[in-house]
Design a protein around this ligand. Structure first.
Ligand SMILES: Cc1cc2nc3c(=O)[nH]c(=O)nc-3n(C[C@H](O)[C@H](O)[C@H](O)COP(=O)(O)OP(=O)(O)OC[C@H]3O[C@@H](n4cnc5c(N)ncnc54)[C@H](O)[C@@H]3O)c2cc1C
Length: 446
């Protein structure tokens, strides 16, 4: 057999890029321009291939390499996940954030959903801002950037609309400034369980399957991927699935009847166009595939109609969302559920962790959110945040909006940090201490 030197051996394994988790060291001898060999890889994390046994696909049992240990692990870098990671880190614990894509913001950025609803309630003559704390700090930073946001104010009549690229930049900047450990391009696929307690997750990446062990895990995937994997009870939902896009070169002024040119953005001539889309099971791969393909065709057909309209010939398709517009898929069965009747009665929750602005069906009222809507009934060391928290069928159309996701994100991050520091499970966190921490982080609790 031909003897392979070390470099040939590594090339034969297929490792020609950086090793997972920065474990590898780039050698200074390029094979050819633009490519370098990596030293320090011990084993592929992929494990042995699956095999067929009696026609069934079997995965071999094996030890999974541990990529990292952390105090708090946040899975999903959308609105809720980023705010959760910032809250946990600011409370003083090691925090890791894992995201399947290459940017932060989730539906707010990659999904091109640009208007931040539910930050305010109407007041006498002017509106009052309810969403404060880390969420508002993020909005203020986005607004401070050129073309970052329009309509951002303490008491203005309109909701803020943000630029997706500025938002991605600001979110990443803030996470890095705070010292959150960031893991991108990594898709969490399973939970690590010890009885009813979550001890971490498994994730897949180009380097194979690896584990992250954590004291507390926050599910900010939007779809409850982690709590579902951990066996926590959840409710499946069917909802409309849209595909948002942006148009460029749109003339100023009122658009002709029947031509949906969407809403204004911080960039002149650029508008964002929401899409209701068909109702479907947001966890079903063929459904998601069809929504993506049909959505793109619909956008191009509509563009043709716009370009055939006199005065609008030069409108072009700037971009289509890289994250499909899934509104709801799974919600947690929490120790409490946010309910419409209770919100309309303005029930005072002893464990309130945030108060958000109003929404159409809330009749101009603010919305208090209880801690119990983040806490699974049975599984420990796990919290939910964002659009998958416990809420009834109406209120999930509130908790899934961007500003409420900021509130549940901050609460989950602060509670997870407190659980680590007090050496208790999140369900046993001292609520008064949690509320104190949230207030210290600028949150408004009513
Ligand atoms: C078409 C549409 C229009 C909307 N319009 C508005 C509006 O006008 N105003 C408003 O305020 N809200 C609106 N919303 C709702 C709002 O945008 C989202 O519900 C909200 O942004 C969700 O935030 P999140 O952090 O909970 O989830 P997401 O934004 O979905 O973030 C989840 C993150 O987790 C990552 N992730 C998921 N699974 C995994 C995994 N297994 N491993 C690793 N990473 C994972 C994702 O890539 C993503 O970054 C709209 C939603 C849709 C779909």
């Amino acid at each position: 057999m031909k003897h392979l030197n070390r470099r040939d051996f590594i090339r034969a394994l297929g490792f020609t890029s950086l090793a997972a988790g920065g474990m590898g060291r780039v050698l200074a001898d390029p094979i050819h321009e633009g490519s370098q060999v990596v030293e320090g890889i011990t084993a592929s994390a992929r494990g042995a291939a699956a095999f067929l046994e009696d026609g069934k696909v079997i995965q071999p049992r094996r030890e999974v390499p541990v990529f990292r240990d952390t105090d708090v692990l946040v899975v999903g870098g959308g609105t809720a996940g980023v705010v959760a990671a910032l809250a946990a880190r600011r409370a003083g614990v090691n925090t890791t954030l894992v995201e399947r894509y290459g940017c932060f913001g989730g539906l707010w950025t990659a999904g091109l959903v640009l208007i931040v609803l539910c930050t305010h309630v109407p007041g006498e003559g002017k509106r009052t801002k309810m969403v404060q704390g880390i969420g508002d700090e993020i909005l203020a930073r986005i607004h401070s950037q050129k073309h970052g946001a329009i309509n951002y104010s303490a008491d203005g009549p309109h909701d803020a609309t943000t630029d997706p690229e500025v938002t991605k930049y600001v979110l990443a900047r803030m996470l890095r400034e705070e010292g959150v450990d960031i893991v991108l391009h990594s898709w969490v696929t399973n939970a690590i369980l010890d009885g009813d307690a979550v001890r971490g997750v498994l994730f897949e990446s180009k380097a194979g399957c690896m584990a992250i062990r954590a004291k507390v895990v926050i599910d900010a995937t939007g779809d409850g991927d982690v709590f579902d994997a951990a066996g926590a009870e959840s409710i499946p939902h069917v909802h409309r699935i849209g595909l948002v896009h942006r148009l460029g070169n749109v003339p100023e002024g009122n658009s002709p009847e029947g031509l949906n040119l969407g809403g204004a953005t911080p960039i002149p001539g650029v508008r964002w166009v929401n899409m209701q889309g068909p109702q479907g099971d947001c966890l079903d791969v063929p459904t998601l595939t069809n929504c993506e393909l049909d959505g793109r065709e619909a956008i191009w057909n509509k563009l043709k109609q716009i370009q055939e309209t006199p005065g609008y010939e030069n409108v072009f398709l700037l971009d289509v969302a890289s994250q499909l517009g899934v509104r709801a898929s799974r919600t947690l069965v929490g120790t409490q559920e946010l309910r419409l009747e209770e919100t309309l009665e303005q029930k005072a929750y002893a464990d309130v962790i945030g108060v958000g602005g109003t929404y159409s069906f809330l009749k101009n009222l603010p919305c208090a959110i209880p801690y119990g809507s983040l806490v699974p009934v049975r599984v420990d060391n796990l919290l939910a945040s964002g659009r998958c928290v416990a809420a009834d069928n109406t209120m999930l159309n509130y908790t899934r909006l961007i500003a409420p996701c900021m509130l549940t994100g901050q609460a989950a991050g602060a509670a997870a940090a407190l659980a680590v520091q007090e050496n208790c499970t999140p369900r046993n966190v001292d609520v008064a201490k949690l509320q104190g921490l949230l207030k210290a982080q600028g949150a408004y609790l009513g």
